[in-house]
Ligand binder design. Structure first.
Ligand SMILES: N[C@@H](Cc1ccccc1)C(=O)O
Length: 515
């Protein structure tokens, strides 16, 4: 296997490891770090490459045990472990009973109890007939020094390696960690697998070849302009090329097909002379419904279940004169020529904040300063409380638009709908059916047939009623539509589920084109 690899193409890190351990011996990433000054990442990398090439073999695998200070251990380290605290307390405050001592040192009775047990056994403390403990020797027994030493060396980040501890220390750790029960140990045991590698026969052959060819690992991998300029390359040796290395698969960055599609639609509409409009996701009931002549408290309003904004709940005010104009139209028709809905307009409700539920909000707002004649469109993210399925999302995009002018009529509208359905959505079967919207008269719905999902509604359209246009100061006919652009994309991109448009499935995204 190794013969497939020419030593001239080895990575400098590999060369250095091979040469550094050429005389045999155990190889571990830690030893590489120590002897060759690599960082641990480089050492691990070099080992894994060399193992792949079979230049290194696994020789031994062992579990290494080390100890890590627990929180309790850290507290012992800072404030003393039970023996230390008890001894200090009795020494400073004189003879006393165990419960008092436990309280004085702030430890549990059972900890102090076992500390006393150990210290009395060592002849350092004693208990008299009245159960009072007092000092019997000047200093703590040697095992306590061992524990203190361990606590001091085991800084929070510093583990103690089991192998490097003396028998006494190992015993002390076991003692202080076990004695007080599993939940209150001073040291936690950490186990880690250590793999030891050795040079294989092919590895040894590679070393010989490296030495023969005089390769050191200091060869140059990249030629820089500086080297060319200074001529320093002349006395450098270069690393060989490995012409057998398969080239990396290049994955070009590309845009999400749905975004591409949206841009394409925008380009088409602007090319037709449409100006784009936009607006906030949070709207008032005024613009989302009232200005569109949707009666405030009526089932017609339930066409969409809106999401209400929790904080703040209301807008401070609504722009005049539109508020008064719209209120009048609802109450008695104002100067729109209609009788209105005939109810008392609610000025508090109209300020209620909602998540925009239809792109038509933007059309209504555009009427305030629309040019006549004029053509406008927008792509609006909308929100409705809806059951999510293949053709419904609770937040979705509509392409909304208006065309206004003295001359515009229903035929123009049907022409535009046709363009959306056949060219922009790419449908071959289209139906136009009468619909109802409080803001248009007449109203037309567009349906298209999807090869898998069958017929579905693309959206609604119509000619804005004077109750909508008059309060905004518009006296000419206004064609309006709001079509589900997600649904158009579904058709256009050949997908069967709206959720796929927004999925992060990279493979799918790579395959599709947006237009
Ligand atoms: N806003 C309507 C669609 C529509 C827009 C413009 C005119 C007529 C209908 C909806 O969301 O269903």
């Amino acid at each position: 296997m190794a013969t497939e690899h020419s030593v001239t193409t080895l990575h400098p890190l590999e060369v250095k490891v091979l040469l550094g351990f050429s005389s045999g011996g155990n190889i571990t990433p830690e030893r590489i770090v120590e002897q060759l000054g690599f960082n641990l990442g480089q050492a691990n990398q070099a080992v894994s490459w060399l193992v792949q090439k079979a230049y290194l073999n696994e020789k031994d695998r062992t579990v290494k045990v080390s100890y890590e200070l627990t929180e309790l251990g850290a507290a012992y380290r800072a404030d003393g472990f039970p023996e230390e605290r008890l001894f200090r307390c009795v020494k400073e405050q004189g003879p006393q009973r165990l419960p008092e001592a436990a309280k004085a040192v702030g430890l549990e009775a059972k900890d102090i109890g076992s500390a006393f047990g150990a210290l009395s056994k060592a002849g350092v403390l004693q208990m008299d007939g009245e159960k009072r403990i007092s000092i019997a020797a000047d200093s703590l027994p040697p095992y306590c020094d061992v524990i203190r030493g361990l606590l001091d060396t085991a800084a929070p980040e510093q583990r103690l390696e089991h192998d490097q501890l003396s028998d006494e220390e190992q015993q002390a750790i076991a003692g202080i960690s076990k004695k007080r029960g599993a939940s209150a140990v001073a040291f936690r045991i950490v186990e880690r697998e250590e793999v030891v590698y050795a040079l294989s026969d092919t590895g040894a052959a590679a070393v010989a070849e490296l030495q023969q060819q005089g390769i050191t690992g200091d060869e140059i991998g990249t030629l820089t302009p500086q080297m060319l300029k200074s001529g320093s390359w002349k006395n450098k040796r270069f690393r060989g090329y490995n012409v057998n290395t398969p080239p990396a698969r290049v994955l070009l960055g590309r845009r999400n097909p749905y975004c591409e599609y949206l841009d394409w639609v925008k380009d088409r509409l602007t090319a037709l002379g449409f100006e784009e409009f936009d607006g906030p996701l949070v709207e008032t009931e005024f613009w989302n419904g009232d200005a569109l002549f949707m009666p405030q408290f009526h089932s017609a309003r339930d066409i969409h279940d809106v999401y209400y904004v929790q904080e703040p709940t209301h807008a401070r005010e609504i722009e005049q004169p539109f508020l008064d104009n719209v209120a009048r139209v609802h109450e008695n028709g104002g100067d729109s020529g209609s009788r209105g809905w005939g109810y008392q307009f609610d000025h508090d409700f109209t300020k209620r904040l909602v998540m925009r539920s239809q792109g038509t909000v933007l059309s209504a707002k555009q009427l305030r300063d629309a040019k006549i004649p004029g053509k406008y469109f927008g792509i609006a993210r909308c929100f409705r409380y809806d059951q999510v399925d293949a053709t419904h999302l609770s937040d979705f995009y509509q392409t909304e638009g208006i065309v206004l002018g003295e001359e515009v009529n229903l035929r123009n509208l049907l022409g535009l709908l046709e363009m959306f359905a056949t060219e922009i959505a790419g449908a071959t079967e289209v139906k136009y059916v009468p619909g109802y919207f409080p803001f248009t008269e007449p109203s037309v719905e567009v349906h298209i047939k999807h090869p898998v999902l069958g017929w579905f509604e693309l959206g609604g359209s119509g000619i804005f009623r004077p109750e909508v246009t008059k309060p905004m100061g518009i006296d000419v006919p206004v064609l309006a539509w709001g079509l589900g652009i997600d649904r158009m994309a579904l058709m256009h991109l050949g997908l069967n589920d709206l959720r796929e448009l927004f999925s992060g499935n990279i493979e799918n995204i790579r395959l599709r084109r947006g237009n």
